[in-house]
Unconditional design. Structure first.
Length: 335
């Protein structure tokens, strides 16, 4: 069986889909699995022995109406590429118009997707998987694995970390062996705990704190560094996704907003304090947090949450999360 998985983004969503990959390969060990992924995120899957080939596409550029002609050309190239692969099954785990189109591009007889796919994506499937609205994203992907015919025995996250990435992290950290990771970034502004509170938290922690993030997070990381403890280290913009996974794998604990690195930490079974405001941890929280004592989700008492708003006049849902509350939770899970 030759399977195409369509899950281009985001980082957290890709981590949610990893148990699908494990289940498919465990149920069908002789199958080959290709994965369609957005180019900037390829590092998290690159080299994974369970994946035969990564098929890259410029997801964000496809949204730009000014490059419409170029997008059409890229779509045509991708279509020709996929038609040569002769897939048995295509599984769209993204559930959007563009991912539905990618499924449509393939001549596979079996095209599986979710019944609640948005933007008309569901019209491109010939087998639709219905799930409850409150189903966690990981379990939703596993329902798709069942639709392929796989047997879900255990939830396993095959996060692949290279020796090269571990070595690179060791060089960045120099002589530091034990540390706490802070993840102040998040795609939505409304999901971010204030930088000054992260800075205050560093002063309550005896271990060195490592700030992570992309180059776009450097300004926010700088604000934290201005008021943080002296043993805080800023690695924002200094690691790729491979190094990020290696960095998280070696941490004593992680304190994070609702973000991709939070899901990497949970997947690697690292003690994690997850801060949630506008989003619902029942759907997108670190998987298994209600039963796993290593995972602690903190929300505020704001009555308006979860609202799923990407912008807001007043960030009360995150502002009301107290530094002392986060520190107590961190101390508890580390014990």
């Amino acid at each position: 069986m030759k399977i195409l998985v369509i899950k281009p983004s985001s980082l957290g969503d890709i981590i949610h889909a990893l148990p699908f990959l494990h289940t498919i390969k465990e149920s069908f060990p002789d199958s080959t699995v290709d994965w369609v992924i957005s180019t900037p995120l390829k590092g998290i899957l690159e080299g994974n022995p369970l994946i035969n080939e990564l098929i890259l596409f410029n997801k964000d550029a496809w949204k730009n109406i000014k490059r419409f002609r170029k997008t059409l050309s890229e779509m045509s190239t991708l279509k020709k590429q996929l038609q040569l692969k002769h897939y048995t099954v295509v599984v769209d785990l993204q559930g959007l118009l563009r991912s539905g189109l990618i499924a449509f591009f393939t001549p596979a007889m079996k095209k599986i997707g979710f019944a609640d796919a948005r933007e008309g994506g569901r019209y491109f499937y010939n087998k639709k998987v219905a799930v409850r609205r409150d189903t966690h994203a990981v379990d939703k992907c596993l329902e798709a694995a069942k639709a392929v015919g796989a047997n879900v025995k255990k939830v396993v996250f095959p996060v692949y970390i290279t020796d090269t990435a571990r070595s690179r992290v060791k060089t960045l950290l120099e002589e530091i062996d034990e540390y706490i990771i802070l993840v102040p970034s998040a795609r939505w502004e409304t999901k971010r705990w204030p930088p000054e509170k992260f800075a205050a938290l560093t002063k309550k922690i005896s271990l060195p704190c490592i700030i992570t993030g992309s180059t776009g997070d450097e300004r926010m990381a700088g604000k934290i560094m201005d008021a943080a403890s002296k043993q805080t280290i800023n690695l924002a913009g200094k690691t790729g996704l491979k190094e990020l996974a290696a960095l998280i794998a070696g941490a004593q604990a992680v304190v994070s907003n609702d973000s991709g690195p939070m899901h990497i930490a949970a997947a690697l079974d690292i003690p994690t304090v997850a801060l949630f405001g506008p989003t619902d941890p029942l759907k997108t929280g670190p998987y298994g947090w209600q039963k796993n004592r290593k995972l602690n989700v903190i929300t505020s008492d704001a009555r308006c949450r979860p609202c799923r708003r990407k912008s807001c006049r007043d960030f009360i849902c995150m502002d009301r999360i107290r530094v002392e509350t986060v520190h107590r939770a961190l101390t508890r899970i580390m014990k």
